[in-house]
Structures are given as structure tokens and as C-alpha cells.
Design a binder for this molecule. Structure first.
Ligand code: KG4
Ligand code: ZN
Length: 340
């Protein structure tokens, strides 16, 4: 098989990314560049991502990210074999900005265009970092998603279950907001939890009593809100220690639910490996809990920078699709919803 070099673009949420990934024949893929421009500061005042602001920022940043990604890879646009882009699911304005940019580049350089599902990008990341063979069980845990997938081929995913309400990342973000910690909530809650006592507050472990791999995280948020309000009513506010204990209790509950459901999903999938991806997989406690749940099978957690949104995973998923003969034309749509 030939060497392939793919330029990938990502703009489905609040990170603008461009990256170049190359794979020579059956060799290990190489990330030649992976540029991510976050928008944290733009959305900070609003306590969450504002879609319209995100879309405008993507439009402004995409060209510059592409230029930097090509420059860092030491390549010209004409030297890449194809252009891959997140075509959904995500915030429609951002996805549109990326798809339009990719179409422009593909037309200008006369290159094939490959539309990539953002979730497939996350789910195929362990093959980029660890040459993991199919099939494997993937736990995708991010700000918008939480599901178990048996990954059988670059375009064959079997869903075993997932959240019936909030995604864990969303729960981390809301927890941070409730406690007055900075966004994105995942890293700030993890930091606070490291100094806290996970046993002080007894948070629920929703759906553990129910068979199957479905999960629920919205009740956890409600329990946290109650505990916070109880403390505020009793003592007029929260101390640093209270915040740390609340974060530790919350994080421990998330870890327990994810770990137990992962054991069940592994038993059902029967795959020789478990891999994780998505922003929440950057959490050290979550990783440790999942590694323990994966006793007896191979466990793969890509580096944190490749777990959160990035364009290298899109370039890689595009490379896998392109190798399998898949290309799109200028009619490629931007899809806000696109189940795997
Ligand atoms: O995959 P991602 O970058 O974007 C999508 O949702 O697709 O994930 C972002 C989510 C946010 O909710 C963020 O708070 C969470 O991942 N996250 C974390 C950590 N780092 C990021 N959650 C828990 N612990 C972390 N260290
Ligand atoms: Zn994502």
C-alpha cells in the first residue's frame, strides 16, 4: 500500500484544528502537525459555548490553522493526498465553516475531499496512537457524548449502550459552574477533587441496579446542587475544603458508574481490548478506574491532547476512509446530527 498524507480540519465545537497525518504503507502513522486553537476565553463570560460566537471564530481561525499545520509539517497544500473534514455531528455553524473551508482547499488544489464523522474520529484515535487492530471496545466520553461502541472497521460501529441523558463532560462542566470553578469544568473539577475527600458526600450511582450498558448522569448534577445548597444554607457559603470534597465525591461517582458499565460492556463485546477517547478520557481518575475495569484485556488511553477535540484524529479517520476507497464530492453536507 502507498504512503498517504492527509490534511484534516476540525471545527465542530469550540476548538478550531488543522493537522497533517501521514502513513507510509503498513507503517505506524505519523502526526506531522496538530494545530489546535481553543476558544475558551471567548466563551468564558457566558459559562458555556455560544454557538454563534464559536462559528465566527472558526471562520476567522481556520485558514490560519491550515497554514500553520502545513508549515509545521513542511508541506505545501499540493503535496497532500486528500483533505478530510469533520462534517458532523456538532454545532452546525462550526461544522459548516469547516466543510466550506475544506471544499475551498479541495477545489483550489484539485484534491479529493473526505467527510469525517467527529465520533468516528474519536473512536479511531487508538489506531493512530497504538496501532490497535479491530475489533475493540471503545468508550467514548466527551462533553456531548457517552457511548460504548464495538469498533469492527473504520466505518463499522456497533453501539452497546450509552447515556440516557447528560454526557459526563457536561456533568463536569455543570459541576464547575455550580461551584464557581473555571470552564471547561473537567480539568478544574479534577484539580479540586485531588485535594478532596470522596467519602464525605454520598452521591448516587445511577442505573447501576439496571442491567445493560446504559448510563445516566443528570441525577448526579441534581444531587450536587442539593448538597451545595445545603451547605450554603447551613454556613452561608462554601469553603475551599467543601468544594474539594464535593468535586471528589462527584468524580468518584462518575468513575464508579463508568467502571461498572465498562465491565458489563466488555463482557458483552468479548473484544481483546478496551480503548477510551473523548475529553473526559483525559481525566486521571477516570483513566485509572477504567484501567482497573479492563483487567485481563489490553487497555489503551491515548494522550490527553488526542482525547480532547483535535484535527489529527480527523486526518487519521479520513486517511482510513480514503484508504478504503471512500471520497466525497462538493455536495458533502454539514450535518448537526449524524449517528455512527
Ligand atoms: O471531546 P471534547 O474535547 O469535546 C466534545 O465534547 O466533543 O470533550 C470536552 C469535554 C468537556 O466537557 C470537558 O470538561 C471534558 O471534556 N474534559 C474533562 C477533562 N478534560 C476535558 N473532563 C474531566 N476531566 C478532565 N481532565
Ligand atoms: Zn469531541
Amino acid at each position: 500500500t502507498d504512503a498517504l498524507t492527509i490534511l484534516g480540519l476540525e471545527s465542530s465545537c469550540d476548538d478550531t484544528g488543522a493537522a497533517v497525518v501521514r502513513q507510509a504503507g503498513g507503517a505506524r502513522p505519523e502526526i506531522l502537525s496538530n494545530v489546535v486553537a481553543g476558544q475558551g476565553a471567548l466563551h468564558a463570560a457566558f459559562g458555556g459555548v455560544v454557538p454563534e460566537i464559536a462559528a465566527r471564530a472558526h471562520v476567522e481561525k481556520l485558514d490560519h490553522c491550515v497554514e500553520r499545520a502545513l508549515h509545521e509539517a513542511g508541506l505545501r497544500l499540493r503535496e497532500v493526498d486528500a483533505i478530510a473534514v469533520t462534517a458532523g455531528p456538532g454545532l452546525i455553524g462550526g461544522v459548516l465553516a469547516g466543510v466550506m473551508c475544506a471544499k475551498g482547499l479541495a477545489a483550489a488544489a484539485v484534491k479529493p475531499l473526505v467527510g469525517v464523522n467527529h465520533l468516528a474520529g474519536h473512536a479511531l484515535t487508538p489506531r493512530l496512537t497504538d496501532a490497535l487492530p479491530f475489533p475493540y471496545l471503545m468508550l467514548l466520553v466527551s462533553g456531548g457524548h457517552c457511548q460504548f461502541l464495538v469498533v469492527r472497521a473504520p466505518d463499522r460501529f456497533e453501539r452497546l449502550g450509552g447515556t440516557i441523558d447528560d454526557a459526563p463532560g457536561e456533568a463536569f462542566d455543570k459541576t464547575a459552574k455550580l461551584l464557581g470553578l473555571p470552564q471547561p469544568g473537567g480539568p478544574s473539577v479534577e484539580q479540586a477533587a485531588a485535594r478532596g475527600d470522596p467519602a464525605r458526600f454520598a452521591f448516587p450511582r445511577p442505573l447501576l441496579d439496571r442491567a445493560g450498558c446504559d448510563m445516566s448522569f443528570s441525577g448526579l448534577k441534581t444531587a450536587l446542587l442539593r448538597a451545595r445548597d445545603g451547605l450554603v444554607a447551613a454556613q452561608g457559603g462554601l469553603t475551599e475544603g467543601d468544594r474539594a470534597d464535593l468535586c471528589a465525591g462527584f468524580q468518584a461517582a462518575v468513575c464508579d458508574v463508568l467502571a461498572e458499565k465498562t465491565r458489563r460492556a466488555l463482557a458483552r463485546a468479548g473484544t481483546p481490548a478496551l480503548a477510551v477517547a473523548g475529553g473526559v478520557a483525559a481525566n486521571g481518575a477516570v483513566r485509572a478506574a477504567l484501567e482497573e475495569a479492563a483487567a485481563g484485556v489490553r487497555f489503551i488511553a491515548p494522550p490527553a491532547a488526542l482525547c480532547t477535540d483535535n484535527a489529527a484524529m480527523i486526518a487519521w479517520a479520513g486517511l482510513e476512509a480514503y484508504r478504503a476507497g471512500r471520497v466525497d464530492d462538493m455536495g458533502l453536507p454539514a450535518r448537526p446530527r449524524w449517528p455512527l
